[in-house]
Design a protein around this ligand. Structure first.
Ligand code: SF4
Ligand code: ZN
Ligand code: ZN
Length: 291
């Protein structure tokens, strides 16, 4: 199987057959085009890239570095046993390699834990903690853009989750760029057109330090369950991921914006009627249930 651009052996066959060099060229061009098409950031922006140590965010950071962008990294140590510290080491190695500043914060410094809170599963608590801390760190440190490594399968599975819960507001907001407002920093998803396989290939051929462990709490994670089902359907109906992403881009419905208040505990935005944000509720729970 040959590369479509030269006589060398192809190392990837889907979406296109490429050799190592032409795959890197394709990956970087696609990333650059995505950033420019959606005006995600320019070289004057102060960019924060959220990294987890996994193949997706490590590939994003490395590719942005190859494209010449200046940015800092943020690693949130979730303090998950037999997992988070190992991922932290991989992220440190990567940032040493690309010679960029890496910021590390730990959830316990903010009075929270990745554990069940009443009937909320761990992953839901974890999601709230990550979203809140990424935004807060970016805002408090003067970053103008926060880049996350959400991939095409991530976005498509979020879409099905939002569909399942009938959350039209969330579907309408599923765009590659979410503009900043008040204490919400602009959020961008440069990997929105990338598959996990593309990121895995990019990380392997560039020999990137990547944490290959799976989070010990991942079993039963709703998003993963839905994502795996979509992968199954995509085997028989190729293009489901792509079509869904382009469908989401076209959605342009006026929805009534939720009322946003300032959380009475932390001052960050919340749409909760009792004016206490989800993060502060989690924090309050752990202050009352310390064990
Ligand atoms: Fe957090 Fe769940 Fe992902 Fe683990 S699997 S990092 S607990 S969201
Ligand atoms: Zn080639
Ligand atoms: Zn709060």
């Amino acid at each position: 199987m040959k590369c479509i651009k030269c006589d060398k052996k192809a190392i990837i066959s889907y979406p296109v057959r490429f050799c190592k060099e032409h795959f890197i060229e394709y990956y970087l061009n696609k990333l650059k085009e995505t950033i420019e098409k959606w005006e995600m950031f320019n070289k004057d922006d102060k960019i924060l890239v959220a990294v987890s140590g996994g193949k997706d965010s490590s590939s994003l950071a490395y590719a942005l570095h190859l494209l010449g962008y200046e940015f800092e990294g943020l690693y949130i140590n979730l303090e998950i046993p037999n997992y988070s510290n190992f991922c932290e080491e991989k992220v440190k190695e990567l940032f040493k390699l690309i010679n960029k500043k890496l910021n590390i914060i730990r959830v316990s410094d903010y009075g929270v834990k990745v554990e069940r809170v009443r009937n909320r599963p761990r992953c839901s608590v974890c999601g709230t903690i990550k979203r809140y801390l990424m935004n807060r760190f970016a805002y408090e440190n003067g970053f103008t853009v926060l880049a996350t490594a959400h991939t095409m399968p991530d976005e498509v599975s979020f879409f099905f989750m939002n569909l399942r819960s009938g959350n039209l507001n969330a579907i309408v907001k599923q765009k590659p760029v979410l503009e900043g407002k008040g204490k919400f920093v602009k959020k961008v998803k440069p990997l929105i057109y990338f598959t996990e396989k593309e990121n895995l290939t990019f990380s392997l051929i560039n020999n990137l330090p990547v944490c290959r462990l799976e989070c010990p709490y991942a079993e039963g994670n709703t998003q993963n369950v839905i994502k795996n089902k979509i992968y199954e359907i995509d085997k028989d109906f190729r293009g489901l991921f792509n079509q869904t992403i382009h469908f989401l881009e076209k959605i342009n419905i006026e929805v009534k914006d939720e009322e946003v208040y300032e959380c009475i505990k932390c001052g960050y935005p919340t749409s909760s009627k009792d004016i206490v944000c989800s993060f502060c509720k989690i924090k309050e729970y752990f202050s009352k249930n310390p064990s």
